[in-house]
Design a protein around this ligand. Structure first.
Ligand SMILES: Cc1ncc(COP(=O)(O)O)c(C=O)c1O
Length: 459
């Protein structure tokens, strides 16, 4: 079998951070004390941390240098103007509102646009996005194509919106009850799957005909632009920057978690085209985040984000990043470990229903598998299945079709041997997976339960 492609990193190492692998006994103790929830493990107990790509990027020397240029004035910081200008140039929106991270922007846009009883369609839910929609009286409606829920479908743009589902919703509830459609580019919960330019264009046309705004969750929009370049006809010779600008031209605004494709450890923003939405958002930002020229970020954080935004649209960077993720996926596929294919932009998602077929979904297969991977190897991953999906209004669990464990690759942090450690451990675990028993809840918070829930082993 040919070796998966792995381009050399387009950077070299200047600073190192030492890491240590605890013994198996120590890991067993640590996961038990963490209630079998990998979110509750201490960082020092983790060897290779694939919990998330959120806020875990390595910054460049340029970004670190930028921290020293932090203008920490309460109002009108230089770094704010640099950030605002960078977002306007790269994304094309006229108005930018800074926030401490992505969910800050989600809070603002949900409060501004949603009224009680509204519907907000989207291409599969994201945890914090849906929570803000619901807290503001809206109902999230999933309009992703069916392939997005099918781990084995080889569709190249599994994040696409199903235009018929979207049209049907408009017909059924009336366009006046849909303030906006929320489009994830890429779709995290579907496996980091992209949306095609053609689909974004069609969604925009249908939305404009019906006077419905289009708001992107732009958290991983650079990775989406990369997939368009790689997979969509007519885009192979365009730059990532050009593709990004065209993508954004089909939206009225976006929320951004700067902790991913802006290559920083903290930060976010809301960007919009429309002045009224901007005005209302700035009235709220002072309540929830901070002045509209810092929104919860220090001047130095804004500088690092402005610089990160520009670095992220470099082709060599994003090509290496996505290929690195693909490499881990290929290693697992070579040994028939069940994963979501095609591999997405930021993570490899294990198909926990197939990995642990003897467990019912109520026995929390993905939560169980994440805990077992940690014990096996010291690699931390995350559940994205029934625990993340929470409960429906009637109190019963939501049962998502995708029951996955996410192995998320931080940007510019790990090397191929680190990925091999993770792959080898998971391959070994898969060979003995029938002996693994499930988990049950012993503590369940009412909102976003996956962060802090605790579990015990079933006998
Ligand atoms: C798709 C997506 N949207 C929104 C968010 C929320 O962003 P933050 O964690 O910066 O609040 C995340 C974070 O993981 C995400 O992956």
């Amino acid at each position: 079998m040919s070796k998966p492609e792995y381009p050399p990193p387009p950077y070299r190492v200047k600073t190192v951070e030492m890491m240590e692998r605890k013994s198996r006994e120590e890991r067993q103790k640590a996961i038990k004390e963490a209630g079998y929830n990998t979110f509750l493990l201490d960082s020092e107990d983790v060897y290779i941390d694939l919990l998330t790509d959120s806020g875990t990027s390595a910054m460049s020397d340029e970004q670190w240098a930028g921290l020293m240029k932090g203008d920490e004035a309460y109002a009108g910081s230089d770094n704010w103007y640099n950030l605002e200008n960078t977002v306007q140039k790269l994304y094309g929106f006229d108005y930018v509102v800074p926030t401490h991270q992505g969910r800050g922007a989600e809070n603002l846009i949900s409060q501004v646009l949603i009224s009680e009883g509204d519907y907000v369609p989207g291409n599969m839910y994201f945890t914090t996005t849906r929570t803000h929609i619901e807290l503001n009286g809206g109902e999230f409606v999933d309009v992703i194509i069916d392939e997005g829920h099918n781990p084995q479908s080889s569709h190249e743009f599994k994040g696409n919106v199903d235009l018929e589902k979207y049209e049907e919703l408009i017909r059924n509830v009336g366009p006046e009850n849909i303030p906006y459609i929320n489009i994830g580019v890429t779709v995290n919960m579907a496996g980091g799957q992209p949306v095609s330019m053609n689909n974004l264009k069609k969604v925009s046309e249908l939305s404009r005909e019906n006077d419905i705004k289009v708001i992107y969750d732009a958290t991983r929009c650079v990775e989406n632009a990369y997939f368009i370049k790689e997979r969509e006809e007519g885009y192979e010779d365009k730059t990532i920057k050009e593709i990004l600008r065209e993508m954004m031209s089909y939206a009225d605004g976006c929320t951004m978690s700067g902790k991913k494709d802006c290559l920083v450890n903290i930060g976010g923003f809301l960007a919009v085209d429309d002045e009224d939405t901007y005005r209302e958002a700035t009235q709220l930002v002072v309540v929830y985040e901070g002045m509209s020229t810092y929104g919860g970020m220090a001047g130095r954080d804004m500088e690092a984000m402005a610089r990160g935004l520009r670095e992220a649209v470099n082709y060599d960077y994003v090509n290496h990043r996505v290929k690195q993720v693909e490499y881990l996926g290929e290693r697992l596929l070579e040994e028939d470990v069940p994963i979501i294919t095609p591999v997405g932009g930021h993570a490899v998602f294990l198909d926990a229903k197939k990995f642990l077929p003897h467990l019912q979904q109520d026995e929390l297969p993905a939560q169980t598998l994440a805990a077992e991977i940690y014990v096996e190897s010291g690699v931390r991953s995350m559940e994205r299945g029934i625990v993340s999906a929470g409960r429906a209004e009637d109190g019963s669990h939501n049962y998502p079709e995708l029951e996955t464990v996410r192995l998320t690759i931080p940007r510019r942090v790990y090397t191929r041997p680190h990925l091999d450690v993770a792959a080898d451990a998971i391959i070994d675990l898969y060979a003995e997976s029938e002996d693994i028993s499930g988990l049950k809840f012993v503590y369940e918070p009412p909102v976003l339960r996956f962060f802090t829930a605790r579990f015990e082993k079933l006998d």
